[in-house]
Design a protein around this ligand. Structure first.
Ligand SMILES: *Cc1c(COP(=O)(O)O)cnc(C)c1O
Length: 444
């Protein structure tokens, strides 16, 4: 680009200037441009910092995280086992989850006693299904979405088989209408109505990982509960992305990972929600779910911690927990309401820029819902004519970090905590160049 600044760039500068969350970008390390293929990034104005639009896959590292990790390594080095009780930074390992539980509960809209920070997402899904999926002869079906994340599907299918049931009978998967990519809430409600008293559980994603669709969690939950169905949500792509009120919505249980929008680092510690009304649910147990006061008496009579804490099994990874803390300290500087407001505007701006460029927009379709209340911080671009791989490669060379899902989709996630309007504007320019070259409209 040369000459006068285009109007859209001007508005990026203005939007950034008025962005209430702008200062939070400085709390994160912005990665160097992608060279995953060992390619030299030349001729790019992004040689120092990438444009990172992949927070839906792995959130960025908060700058404060490293110091927290070192503190724990120092305590371990200097104090050994005493670190469990005598901790110079007031984080005795015996109750390490205390340092994250309050903020975590706020983010998902729960009482502190309704959440626990533990394990990993798929394992937690198995554990909570073991607790909540109790098929009987009459009520044994699970309603899922047809394009569920494979790990979720494997968990669900294997639970069904574990109970000796036939998965083709017990799993009801809902598909989009012909020609559509996302699910209509009405269709979901209709399936619930249709199968009614034979359904044991509805298990859906809060935000769909592929299309970015935000489900109407409250409506679906309340509708299913009227039919006495247990409702669980996988919030992997929803937590830290959209506003949640799990308690008020009367969700029975939920699970999430923390390395996507919650920035806790690869393989970070996950979270669970169990509604207070479900605190007595039978479950698979471990010593960390046992009453804290008598846990170390080592007697074999299980007394559950009231609430989600009673669903814990093991003493949690301290290193993983303080990595989560590093990020939650950033979240604590604002609210999910403010984050979501920026997110809606930022993703809307991205969509506007993309649609305005008619010359390139005809080479792909945005399969994420248009309505901001039906999506989070993500647009999924479905490319035509097999050009996705080439476009993706060109974006990488131009310093963009995004995410592709074969065969044809690139997912772009402007994360409101650290992405700027300028990021989004520059991305739109790089996408234009990449699409024109990949489609042969312009010789590279
Ligand atoms: C990211 C993601 C996972 C990953 O599961 P892990 O157990 O954390 O490896 C599972 N399900 C969904 C829907 C996801 O988005």
């Amino acid at each position: 680009m040369s000459g006068a600044t285009p109007p859209a760039a001007q508005s990026a500068t203005e939007f950034d200037a008025h962005d209430q969350l702008r200062h939070l970008r400085d709390e994160f390390h912005i990665p160097k441009p992608p060279n995953s293929q060992g390619l030299q990034i030349t001729g790019s104005d992004l040689q120092q910092q990438a444009i990172y639009l992949c927070g839906n896959s792995l959130g960025l590292q908060p700058k404060g995280t490293r110091a927290l990790l070192w503190e724990e390594l120092d305590v371990w080095a200097d104090r050994g086992v005493y670190g469990h009780h005598l901790h110079p930074n007031s984080r005795p390992w015996i109750e390490i989850d205390e340092c994250v539980s309050e903020e975590m509960a706020k983010i998902v809209g729960a009482y502190r006693s309704e959440i626990a920070v533990m394990g990993t997402l798929t394992s937690n899904l198995h554990f909570l299904m073991a607790a909540f999926y109790r098929p009987t002869d009459l009520r044994y079906k699970i309603i899922v979405e047809d394009k569920a994340f494979p790990s979720d599907y494997y968990a669900i299918e294997s639970q069904v088989l574990w109970h000796g049931l036939d998965s083709s009978d017990a799993i009801i998967s809902i598909s989009p209408r012909p020609g559509q990519y996302t699910l209509d809430t009405d269709d979901i409600l209709k399936v619930i109505e249709e199968h009614g008293s034979s359904v044991a559980m509805v298990l859906l994603p809060g935000v769909q990982y592929y299309t970015g669709q935000l489900f109407e969690m409250e409506k679906i939950t309340k509708y299913a509960k009227k039919h006495d169905i247990i409702v669980g949500w996988d919030l992997a792509h929803a937590v830290g992305n959209v506003e949640l009120s799990l308690h008020d919505w009367q969700v029975d249980f939920a699970v999430w990972c923390s390395y996507k929008y919650l920035n806790s680092g690869p393989g970070g510690i996950a979270g669970i929600f169990v509604h207070e009304s479900r605190s007595d649910q039978g479950r698979l147990t471990g010593w960390w779910g046992h009453d804290r006061a008598s846990r170390f008496k080592m007697e074999n009579n299980f007394v559950a911690i009231p609430g989600a804490g009673g669903f814990q099994h093991s003493n949690p990874s301290v290193l993983a927990t303080v990595c989560l803390l590093g990020s939650l300290k950033v979240f604590a500087q604002t609210t999910m309401k403010v984050i979501r407001e920026k997110s809606i505007h930022l993703t809307g701006y991205l969509e506007e820029l993309l649609l305005a460029d008619e010359e390139t927009a005809k080479f792909y379709e945005i399969i994420t819902p248009k309505n901001p209340s039906e999506r989070g911080a993500q647009l999924s671009l479905l490319f035509k004519d097999g050009i996705m791989d080439t476009v993706f490669r060109k974006l990488e060379l131009a310093g963009i970090i995004a995410d592709k899902r074969d065969p044809d989709v690139i997912r772009i996630a402007p994360a409101p905590l650290y992405n700027s309007y300028e990021d989004v504007f520059k991305f739109s320019q790089k996408l234009r160049e990449a699409v024109l070259e990949a489609s042969g409209a312009v010789k590279p």
